[in-house]
Design a protein around this ligand. Sequence first.
Ligand code: HEC
Ligand code: HEC
Length: 187
Amino acid sequence: MRPSSIAVVGALLALMSSPWAAEGDPAAGKRKTVTCNGCHGQAAMKNVPSLGGQTPAYFVAAMVAYQDGVRSHATMRDVAKAWSLQDLKNFAAWYAEPLAPASEAVAAPAAAERCASCHGADGREPVTPDVPRIAGQKANYLAQVLREYREGTRVNAVMQPQVAELKDDDIAVLAGYFAGRAGLGVK
Ligand code: HEC
Ligand code: HEC
């Protein structure tokens, strides 16, 4: 291959991977996680989401949503406001790893079939970078979030229609299923 073609291929690859790339410095992110660890580092805090392995683009979007008030959680709004966009990218780069190896295949419950079209099989490999990983997320947090979308207290035009018809039993099944798949972890 001529050097110019190699450069073109390299640029294309960079473009393809850029939405997933954190554009951040994980070491710089880690240095600022002292306060985060008090909540996100605690497996026992069942309503605090696990961040280890989360997709960087979603991570940054979530923090910006707290800054802008689109997500209303009072503590996280105060936390998010303290940081620049570069800080958020650095946090995202730090929390992007590790992702636990995939667990053995099992049949997904019927209620979870449609979720794969965006969140990927098992909720592990979302099809676009603005979609979060949900495999391995804490069950309590998943159930709480699905109820919030259903009730409209968490606002998102894509997710709200997905859960509008769900019963509490469906939510419990979905939360249990995705929490039981390997993926995200407490970090
Ligand atoms: C006092 C506890 C607490 C602290 C400290 C805290 N968080 Fe959070 N965080 C939460 C809770 C609770 C939620 C879920 C809020 C909600 O329902 O929207 C959350 C949500 C998040 C989310 C969204 C995750 C998702 O799956 O949507 C991100 C990203 C995040 N926190 C990052 C951080 C970072 C980075 C820090 C440190 C700079 C931090 N948090 C500090 C409690 C905390
Ligand atoms: C059409 C695409 C699409 C489908 C289908 C879909 N989702 Fe989502 N999901 C998203 C997007 C985009 C977000 C981020 C929304 C936001 O920022 O609030 C999201 C967010 C979530 C979250 C919040 C995660 C977090 O860390 O806070 C959960 C939980 C979730 N989806 C579960 C599901 C389940 C369960 C299904 C199937 C019943 C499903 N989704 C179907 C696109 C989709």
